[in-house]
Design a protein around this ligand. Structure first.
Ligand code: HEC
Length: 172
């Protein structure tokens, strides 16, 4: 009986010492435990304000937006095969659900539109200048339902997808 009592007592002592050791380790920890450190959720802190007069000095969305689409030139040739491959990938992310796998507007979402989204291999679309298409996918089409994707796609991705559409050519 005394033996059992001793074992139980020893076990309790061991647990007590263990807890104290962990506490001591915690107290001496130079950085806090994750649950103690401050967690900042989005919008809980004000965004840093830029100094007045700051302007982007490599292009910038505002420049693209204000420039005449017809004078807007792609930064590099659009027939670059690597760019076209990247464009195909971007099309799968940003366009296929509306314009469809056959580019004819019969995508999962597009087919519920009336009329369906423009056929990207039609003569009308294939004749558009790259700058014009850049503007349309970036800022939408006035009174149309093409979504403005400027805040969704990077500038490069937009040129990539334009290169891809042009590479498809006219529908036979
Ligand atoms: C929400 C569905 C939707 C998505 C996503 C979408 N489009 Fe469209 N798009 C449309 C519709 C609808 C039109 C027909 C014009 C209109 O009603 O605004 C259109 C028209 C167009 C046109 C023809 C413009 C013209 O002047 O005839 C082009 C080019 C185009 N889209 C390219 C794209 C590209 C490239 C993407 C992906 C980056 C894309 N669209 C994503 C719905 C969409």
């Amino acid at each position: 009986m005394i033996r059992i009592a001793c074992v139980v007592l020893f076990a309790f002592a061991l647990i007590f010492v263990g807890i104290q050791a962990v506490n001591l380790y915690d107290d001496l920890l130079p950085v806090g435990r994750m649950w103690e450190t401050p967690a900042v959720r989005s919008h809980e802190q004000p965004l840093p304000v830029m100094a007045a007069g700051s302007v982007p000095w490599t292009g910038g969305e505002a420049l693209y937006r204000t420039v005449d689409p017809e004078t807007l030139q792609p930064p590099a040739p659009l027939d670059d095969p690597e760019r076209i491959v990247r464009g195909a990938r971007a099309y799968g992310f940003y366009c296929i659900h509306c314009h469809g796998p056959q580019f004819d507007g019969y995508g999962t979402v597009g087919q519920s539109f009336a009329p369906t989204p423009r056929d990207l291999r039609s003569a009308a679309v294939q004749a558009l200048s790259p700058g014009k298409v850049f503007h349309e996918i970036s800022y939408g089409i006035p009174d149309g339902r093409q979504p403005p994707l400027a805040t969704t796609m990077s500038v490069d991705e937009r040129w990539d997808v334009i290169a891809y559409i042009r590479s498809l050519g006219l529908r036979e």
